[in-house]
Each structure stands twice: as C-alpha cells, then as structure tokens.
Design a protein. Structure first.
Length: 276
C-alpha cells in the first residue's frame, strides 16, 4: 500500500509529484449497489461499472469484477476498508493477486505511458480514473490466468498418465469433482470477459481514450487475453475427454454389475437344483 499523498500541498511549488496505485483482486464480484448505500458519506463518484470512495487524503476505486484500487491511501486505512468491504465480496479469492503502478504528475508535460508509470501533464480525474481501471483489469486478468494455469496442470496430470501407461490416475469421484471445478471456473472466467471493455470515461474524451489504449498495450491486455482464451479451449477439450472417460468407466462398472448379478442368479439356480 502507499503512504504517498495524492498531491503536494502547493502544486505550484512542485516540479512533479507521484500518485501510487495499489490494486487487489478480492473475489468473484463486488456488490457496488450495496457499497454505494453503505459508504454513501464517502462517495466520490459512481457509475454502473465503477465506484470511487474518498479515503483519508486518497481514494479507492471499486470494480464489479472483484478488484479494488487504492490511490494514495495509508496501509492502515486500506486494511480497515478491506475488512469493511468483506461482506460485499462474493466468493473471496483464496489467494489475493496484487499489483501496483505509478502516476507521475509533471505540470505541462505530454501524457506518456512508461513501463512502471504514466506521466500526466495535470492531475486530471478522468485520466487517473482510467489508469485505475486498466490496473484493475490487469490484476483480475492475472487472477484468471493463475486459475486457468492451475486447471491446465490438473488436466495434464490426467492426460500424462494416459500417455505414459494408458492408466487414469483419478478415481471416478475425483474425475467428477475435477469436471465440476473446471466447468465452474470456465463459466466464471467467461462471465467476466467484460473486464476487457473500455471504461465509460474513455468514451467521453479522445485524450482519455488514447490513454486507455496506450495503457492497454503497456499491460499487454489483448495478448494476455488471447492466451487465456487459448487455455480455456484446452481446458474445454480436456474436460470433454475426461467426461467421455467417466461415462466409459460408468458403463464398464454397470456392465460388470449386470454380469455379476447374472452370475449370482445362475449360482443360486444351480444351488437350488442341487438341493432338490
């Protein structure tokens, strides 16, 4: 978290200053409507896709896809707010993904996106908002990337076992559980693909829209998104294979059960004939 102030007390006397942004992916979804009601006394601005709150000398941006971005907020204040937000986070992430970025304000400078920061000629609220939005998108995308990678590794353990010895190392119960987890995760990722949409503020100003696309390129969002889509296709194909194997194993178990019942019936019939 950052303890940097949002701006110097007298910007006219400063050649430049830094805003520190800290992003955290909290969970599947944040209920913005509920947060707007609960934190109404701190509201900075609110839209359908974002909610901003004042917090000390800084502020925090909340996004419906589960990410929050703190701007110039003291660590202790951030921890308190995270606790207050917990009831409004659906399915909290077991492992929180975090990231940070800088906004450097250089009065009169031309807007420029660099590796670890963006340089702005003034502290334009719309531009600060779009930087927060792209950072939140990147953090949530990283959460999905880790989720997809974990599912691929689990799928690989099944297919590797088949390739090496023709054996399935999972029990029927384990395969059914994996199918459920994989389908649930894939559905969550697909339902959140709107995180790649441009924030509403980018529609209102040409300079803000250009900044959004420059930031999107800097964070490689499009490339990472295509990679995620490819992994999702692999997961889908793996699940289809495991579903077929599960059905085959169920059929084999059913066939063996039927054969066993027939054999038992024959044995009982023979025993009855022998006794008579």
């Amino acid at each position: 978290m950052s303890s940097l102030p949002s701006a110097p007390q007298n910007p006219a006397e400063a050649s430049s200053w830094i805003l520190k942004l800290d992003s955290i992916h909290l969970g599947k979804e944040i209920d913005l409507e509920a947060c707007a009601r609960v934190f109404v006394d701190r509201l900075f601005h609110v839209t359908k896709s974002e909610l901003a709150l004042r917090l000390g000398v800084g502020r925090v941006h909340l996004f419906p896809f589960g990410a929050v971005v703190f701007i110039g907020v003291e660590p202790a204040q951030a921890e308190v707010l995270l606790g207050e937000l917990a009831p409004y986070v659906e399915t909290p992430a077991s492992e929180k993904v975090v990231d940070d970025f800088l906004i450097e304000i250089q009065p009169g400078a031309r807007d420029q996106v660099r590796f670890d920061r963006v340089v702005l000629g003034e502290e334009d609220p719309l531009k600060v908002q779009v930087v927060a939005s792209v950072l939140a998108q990147s953090t949530t995308l990283e959460h999905f990337e880790k989720m997809a990678e974990d599912l691929l590794q689990k799928a690989s353990s099944v297919t590797d076992g088949m390739a090496s010895g023709g054996r399935i190392l999972l029990t029927l119960k384990q395969m059914i559980r994996f199918i459920g987890v994989a389908l649930s995760a894939r559905r969550e990722i697909v339902s959140r693909l709107s995180i790649m949409d441009a924030p509403e503020v980018a529609w209102e100003d040409r300079d803000v829209d250009k900044l959004f696309h420059d930031l999107k390129s800097n964070f490689e969002l499009s490339t990472r998104f295509r990679s995620l889509e490819y992994k999702l296709r692999l997961i889908h194909e793996s699940v289809e294979v495991i579903v077929n194997l599960t059905n085959t194993r169920r059929s084999e178990i059913l066939e063996l059960t039927i054969i066993g019942l027939i054999a038992l019936e024959i044995v009982l019939a023979l025993l009855g004939a022998f006794k008579s």
